[in-house]
Design a protein around this ligand. Structure first.
Ligand code: NAD
Length: 322
């Protein structure tokens, strides 16, 4: 199939592009490179911004796509609380332009990068897809709003969507070619690895007095290769069944921040310093996925999402670049 991947120069997008190509699909990436990396793209790359509707339509006018995977978004929850306009504008206007492009070009399938941030602090654990949606950040709400927009584009234009609500994407490809390089970096594993590599004097841990087994927050990590595979399954499912749906993508296991830091210390063999800071507003104490629906309906089967493989692949990638 011919697939358009927005945000395909980013972390999860670039890994998914490679998996799509391995599965025999022809991929075009559309990315503004604000956060993406040109050298991570193994496909035809169009550098452009989704908020520029004219450029979007003109640059893609000669290719007919069978489906779209929409990763492009700004994704820093903390920043979204300081600059809400940046998040609503990019994540909603960019997404709306993409949907209008799809409508005009009669492309009927979109896989959307949603997030567990739409659930905010969950009432029930593990979190299933029916959990109440009450995002704690502008970022999370921009994703929930776009899920709602997708619902109406299905009802009115029959554009089918799959919302993939990722928990925390982590790790690097098994072959060591692609990994996580956000700037600024806000994710625990790359920051801990960079601390072990000597880039930071200590790791700043936000809160160790939560009501959890060791006082630190509990999160669910999914290996980026498992995530990439899930996109291919979702695309095949949507095209075959012509149904819209939503799925949580996580490993189903909650690891505490201190467990993650211990694993990084073990894999790197560096006993870096941990500095305890105040809790951050909007950080739920515990969140991990019920991934049963993705397993049962999509045939999702995470292979690399144990903490050891996640940290080892991330460590190999970061340390080889140093
Ligand atoms: N990383 C995670 O753990 C995680 C968790 C849940 C959801 N998500 C979602 O998954 C998607 C990918 O995340 P990531 O970690 O790979 O982020 P990333 O920042 O590495 O990738 C996003 C890409 O989109 C591009 N982009 C942003 N706005 C654009 C626009 N208007 N036009 C064109 N390109 C644009 C960026 O340049 C970047 O290459 C995002 O939508 C994010 O919200 C990520």
């Amino acid at each position: 199939m011919k697939i358009l991947v927005t945000g395909g120069a980013g972390y999860i997008g670039s890994v998914t592009v490679k998996s799509l190509q391995k599965a025999g699909h022809e991929v075009t990436v559309f990315d503004n490179l604000v956060y993406g990396h040109k050298e991570a793209v193994s496909a035809n790359l169009i550098v452009g911004d989704l908020t520029d509707k004219k450029f979007l339509n003109e640059s893609l006018e000669n290719i007919q796509f069978d489906g779209v995977i929409h990763f492009a978004a700004y994704a820093l929850a903390g920043e979204s609380m300081k600059d809400p306009n940046k998040y609503f504008y990019n994540n909603l206007i960019g997404g709306l332009n993409l949907l209008e492009f799809m409508k005009d070009r009669k492309i009927n399938t979109i896989i959307f990068s949603s997030t567990c941030a739409i659930y905010g602090t969950p009432d029930t654990l593990p979190v299933n897809e029916l959990e109440s949606k009450k995002p704690d950040s502008v970022y999370g709400d921009s994703k929930l709003m776009f899920e709602n927009i997708l619902k109406w584009y299905d009802a009115i234009y029959q554009i089918k969507h799959i919302n993939l609500r990722y928990f925390n994407a982590a790790g690097a490809t098994i072959d060591g070619s692609l990994g996580e390089e956000h700037d600024p970096e806000t994710h625990i594993i790359p920051i801990a690895i960079k601390t072990a590599l000597g880039n930071f004097p200590s790791f700043e841990l936000y809160g160790n007095d939560y009501e959890t087994k060791d006082g630190s927050c509990i999160r669910d990590y999914i290996h980026v290769e498992d995530l990439a595979q899930a996109h291919i399954l979702a695309l095949e499912y949507a095209i075959k069944t012509k149904k819209s749906d939503s799925f949580n993508l996580g490993s189903g296991i909650g690891y505490s921040n201190l467990e993650v830091l211990d694993e990084v210390k073990k894999v790197s063999n560096v006993n870096f310093k941990i500095e305890i800071k105040d809790r951050r507003a909007g950080d739920p104490p515990k969140i991990f996925a019920d991934n049963k629906k993705a397993i049962d309906v999509l045939g999702f089967s995470p292979k690399f999402s144990d903490l050891e493989t996640i940290v080892k692949t991330a460590w190999n990638w970061h340390s080889s670049k140093k």
